[in-house]
Design a protein around this ligand. Structure first.
Ligand SMILES: Cc1cc2nc3c(=O)[nH]c(=O)nc-3n(C[C@H](O)[C@H](O)[C@H](O)COP(=O)(O)OP(=O)(O)OC[C@H]3O[C@@H](n4cnc5c(N)ncnc54)[C@H](O)[C@@H]3O)c2cc1C
Length: 430
């Protein structure tokens, strides 16, 4: 017996890819019992002009990871931009990616420009009337309530819901290596930045900038974007150099059938499967050449040790095989990615601690099974972690748009059941 609630199903982070995909899936089934809570003013803010991905020129994902969800007229290939062009018409397909030489042979013309993809997603959202489902607010607290949740919003209003879809993304869980954290906090804010939060609109002409951490997806993009803005960029890499790949893992991870089979495996088997092959550290093909053309300086095998404020800049110490180096920079930019840990999300910490919900400890091998066999976070009322939080259930594709467009459709039957939404809507076409 389900209790009465204000809204059966709620997406936190509703303007991200998961919220949009859920809206399209529900609309197709004629279902209306959900809300998308998000303070963002447009769809997919991660991909937008001031979002954390602004250094990213082109997506890595294939054309299958769009918002068509079974409707050909919504495919990214069919998108007509404001100027009448079709900027997403030639994006590569998963079939093309299965070719052995794909990672080396793919070209810029086969990739989705990030800004065009963002316009496409906003266009799909607008045409489908998704704005009407948005509660324009930030979730400040989630409290277990009668087998479901009480959702507290900024501005003090609240409502009850049976099921929460946790899709608030990587922010604010930006990552800095532990050994940096002590000294990083003493650096002046206007000189030390995280790549996902950097304001590229500031005047950087002639500034000396160090990008730290080339083992991350955004490091090469960040270095290039800064160099294009006129900065003198040094990229410090712990390794010798990047492996250049378009797709950082085998294409089958993005396929619905493969994901469904993976989801059906036992926890132990999934864990073993995820460990090999690991996701290689990579950048898009041609990135290194572009960085070189723009005069980006690479320092290989550089281990950052310490930094402190000095005069009008930051003095950085790093170790290389030639010994300890000391250098003065105007800005440091950490391209060290994010480390999502659901339990440390400000609006969820209290509830998760109170019931001792299991924690993600980090690193594929060390992760514990925080999700049950249908994708809910154990020990809590129905709450479905999505995106990077679903890595151990969805596989490597959890860190891509496939979490919204492949994983969510596969998990939706359970979500609808928990939400008490009609049973005959449970036949899902992925
Ligand atoms: C640099 C970079 C490059 C990437 N490149 C690709 C690529 O090429 N191809 C690909 O498939 N994937 C790529 N990804 C991953 C992909 O973008 C994500 O997997 C996808 O956006 C999934 O969304 P998310 O869960 O991270 O949420 P996000 O897209 O981050 O959305 C989160 C939403 O939550 C909202 N929110 C946050 N806190 C709250 C709160 N308290 N209350 C309410 N709302 C809140 C935010 O406003 C936002 O709208 C990339 C990611 C990064 C960082």
């Amino acid at each position: 017996m389900k209790h009465n609630v204000d809204i059966p199903m709620t997406v936190i982070g509703g303007r991200g890819p998961h919220g949009l995909a859920l809206h399209l899936l529900m609309q197709e089934r004629g279902l209306n019992d959900y809300a998308l809570v998000d303070p963002a003013t447009h769809w997919l803010p991660l991909y937008g002009p001031q979002g954390p991905m602004q250094a990213t020129g082109f997506l890595r994902s294939p054309r299958e990871l769009d918002f068509s969800l079974g409707q050909p007229q919504r495919e990214m290939r069919a998108f007509v931009d404001e100027d009448g062009s079709r900027p997403l018409a030639n994006v590569y397909s998963l079939k093309e990616a299965t070719c052995d030489r794909f990672n080396e042979s793919t070209s810029e013309a086969q990739r989705a420009p990030r800004a065009a993809f963002w316009r496409y997603a906003n266009c799909v959202a607008k045409r489908s009337g998704a704005d009407q489902k948005v509660i324009h607010s930030r979730v400040t607290k989630l409290e277990p309530y009668q087998g479901g949740w009480q959702v507290q919003l900024s501005g003090a209003s609240r409502f009850s819901t049976r099921v929460v879809l946790l899709a608030s993304g990587l922010m604010p869980q930006l990552y800095l290596p532990q050994s940096w954290q002590v000294w990083w906090q003493h650096l002046p804010e206007e000189r030390s930045h995280h790549a996902f939060r950097f304001d590229y609109r500031q005047d950087l002409k002639g500034s000396k900038v160090a990008v730290l951490g080339s083992s991350n997806i955004s490091a090469w993009e960040t270095a290039i974007k800064l160099a294009e803005a006129g900065a003198r960029v040094t990229l410090l890499s712990r390794r010798y150099g990047p492996i250049e790949r378009q797709l950082p893992f085998a294409p089958h991870w993005l396929e619905s059938d493969f994901m469904a089979q993976f989801m059906a495996l036992s926890w132990d088997k999934r864990k073993r499967f995820l460990k090999k092959p690991p996701i290689p550290n990579s950048s898009l093909p041609g990135m290194v050449a572009r960085a070189e053309t723009l005069g980006v300086r690479f320092v290989h095998h550089a281990h950052v040790q310490y930094a402190s404020e000095l005069w009008d800049g930051v003095q950085l110490q790093y170790k290389t095989p030639r010994g300890m180096q000391t250098e003065l920079f105007d800005h440091l930019v950490a391209a060290t990615g994010a480390l999502p840990q659901a339990r440390t999300l400000p609006y969820l910490t209290e509830a998760a601690c109170r019931v001792k919900a299991p924690i993600i400890v980090g690193g594929v091998g060390r992760k514990r099974p925080i999700l049950d066999d249908v994708g809910r976070w154990k020990n809590l009322p129905p709450l479905y972690p999505l995106g990077a939080h679903a890595l151990m259930r969805a596989g490597h594709a959890a860190n891509t748009l496939a979490s919204a467009t492949v994983y969510l459709p596969l998990t939706l039957p359970h979500i609808l059941e928990d939400a008490g939404i009609v049973k005959d809507a449970l036949v899902i076409t992925a």
